[in-house]
Design a protein. Sequence first.
Length: 247
Amino acid sequence: MKKSEREEDTGVEMSEEKNEQEEEYIEIPEKAPATEWIPKTNLGKRVLKGEFKDIQDVFKSGEIILETGIVDYLVPDLKQEIVYIGGSPGKGGGIRRTATKRTARMHKSGRRFKLTATVIVGNEDGIVGIGKASSKEHRIAIEKATEQAKLNIIRVKRGCGSWECGCGEKHSIPFKTEAKHGSVRVRLFPAPKGVGIVASNAVKKVLSLAGIKDIWVKTYGQTATRGNLIYSVFAALKNLSRTKGDL
């Protein structure tokens, strides 16, 4: 009996340690696409009629996207990545990153918690978007952030702005750009072929989904705050479109 009890105790400890590891690197399955999309806005009805053949036509028209069905219809190969913005104290004083950030506020009935998630979407070919949403449940927060990211998609200008390469292909950015969000400031520099994305893992998610393969990234400020870091990179990519001409 003592041997069986020991085996049961060790089995419980093994399962608890396994659950802690799964919570650290949890994978959320993508939401199943709707079988039939019924547009509610005037732009959605025009897209369904075939007036816009590509998402680039929507950007050129200046129309505002107000429903996610438009993005799903025009960009069917859209991918998503979750940014681990949350964290909990780990063993030895380290931080264990989580997919959602939990905040609490005091109420007369006790503490009320809220979960916030940040999601990046992109097709790895010049289209990228970032969304942030909150909810009381983990899965709902991620789904709402994904929908918000689809509504915030932008077109990223790509090119070969490095004097060391000059190939003319769209593997990097055409020129240097920078932006600031909160306390974080980011500078993006064009790089030649073969360099890759020289940045942290969180920044790599944004740039890879945008279709950028070679780039140098320099950051300033409190980069441990991943939310500000991601949004500063997104703002820097958005600044590329302020110049005239197609690149």
